[in-house]
Every structure is written in structure tokens, then in C-alpha cells.
Write a protein that binds this ligand. Sequence first.
Ligand code: ADP
Ligand code: MG
Length: 285
Amino acid sequence: ATPVSILAGTGRAAELGVLFRKGDALQNLSRVDLVAFDKTGTLTEGRPSVTAILPTRDCDADTLLTLAAGAETASEHPLARAILAEAKARGLTPAPVDRFEAVTGGGVTATLEGETLRVGSRAFLQQTGVAVPPTDPTPVTEVHVARGALYLGHLALSDAVKPDAARAIAALTARGTRVALLSGDAEGPVNALARDLAIPEAHARLSPADKRAQVAAWRAAGHRVAFVGDGLNDAAVLAEADVGIALGTGTDVAIEAGDVVLVSGAPTGVLTAIEVSRRTLRNIA
Ligand code: ADP
Ligand code: MG
């Protein structure tokens, strides 16, 4: 590729809201045969809301929400913001906690009256020895709450799918690109989204390191992989991919790690980026 044709290609892409941040991204993208998407904030809006509050017999709905909101006060995670918004809407004051700690891809802990509050995924609570009773398979995200060793119940949250997500997946599939979903969320919501969007391959409950390892495995098997993500915890996998595609609506950390940035955050920007790259490389082939 000549410098002039690359410049013309990246210029055209920029007009369409696709920023190529690294010089070789245009060429690498033209050869991609597998596109893996993050779920939350990438294919979904990333603005979940609480749809149900399900305390055990040891708790009640207002207490459960008050405790969860207290533990989440200092978190910037979209699930935390949704929980705080719900507490506010119900006129509840978050429990006054201290010693807040966030565990990436798991949840948060905080201390209340000498006891540890744990708020997060089933796996996150189970790892610390809390017995989390089974729930029916569900397409919503569950946030579980424990105070000390006592399990208190869970909140259900759902997040709308972006309007152009299905179109982006269908178009990639139609052009012969393999599509996959990599998420830190549980099987229920991950498999439900994959089914809704006709994504043939989905991996749930992945830590940031697991996401990176999956992309490394695809690359070792000979695939050229693009990963599309928005989150703080997507930086490693964005860097691992042949082409990291970050959403302009995402975190600064993700944008810094991306080779390509989709300004509007719309998943169909991936198609625009691939089309520009292929057209540019074809013109000069
Ligand atoms: P994704 O890969 O879908 O972007 P994350 O890696 O951010 O998701 O989180 C994975 C899972 O960890 C979430 O689905 C949730 O169960 C749990 N989790 C992470 N952070 C929090 C938090 N602050 N509060 C509650 N749960 C959390
Ligand atoms: Mg995300």
C-alpha cells in the first residue's frame, strides 16, 4: 500500500466516523476473518436498569437495594450506576459503607459495621465461600448480595440491545466473516443475546485475561481477529487482537488501546471500517 492511498482511505473513513489510530490498522483490518464482540456497552447500550429485586427470607427488598447501593456507591460500572439510580428512584439512602474495593469482572466489596458486603456475579460470591442458591436460567443479568457469609438475594437487571447490532452481525456473517461474543456476564444473558442476534459462538463468564487468551488461541489457529469493545477491562484483549476496535463512547482506557475507534459507538461502524480497508487495499493491489 502506498502512503498516499492509505492516507486517502483513512481520510474517507474519518468522514464516516471511523478513526484509524495506528498506521498498519487499515491493512490488518482488510485481512480480518473473525470479529469478536464484547457484550455490555458494545452490542448492548450499557445502560442497564433494575427490573426485579429478589430478597431471600433473611432480607427484604428495600434493605437489599440499600445494601447493594451502599457497596456500589464508589463504582463506575454500569450495573452500579443502575443500582444507585433505582435506590434513588425509590427514595432510599445507600448504606454508609467504607473500605470499598472493586474486583474487575466480578463485583465489589465494602465494609458495613465490621461486616463485608459482597455484591456481584454468582462466581464472585462463590469464590469467597458464600453459598449462592441456584436460580432458573434467565436472560437477565443477576447481581447477588451477601453480608458476611449470609446470602441475602439478588437484583435482576436488563440492558437494551443497540438498534443496529443485528444488522451489523447479519452483514458480517453474509460476507463470510466469523462472528463471536466474549463476555464477563453469565451464560443466561450471554446465550440469550447470541440467540437474538444470530451469533453462532458465545463465551460467558470470561475474565479480562480469559478474553485475551481466547483471542490469542484464535490467532494461534491461524485466524486474523478483530475485537470490538468499550470497557476498562477490554484494554488487554484490544491489544491482543490483530485489530482492536474501540467504541468512541467507551472508556478512555479502551480508546487508548484501540487501533481503530468507532466515533458513534454503533456496531455497524465495524462494517464501514472493513469496507474502507478492503476498498483501499484493492485499489492499490
Ligand atoms: P462485560 O464483559 O459484559 O462487559 P464485565 O467484565 O464488566 O462485563 O463484568 C462481568 C460481570 O461481573 C458482570 O456481568 C457482573 O456480573 C459482574 N460485575 C462486575 N462489576 C460489577 C459491579 N460493580 N457490580 C456488580 N456486578 C459486577
Ligand atoms: Mg463492555
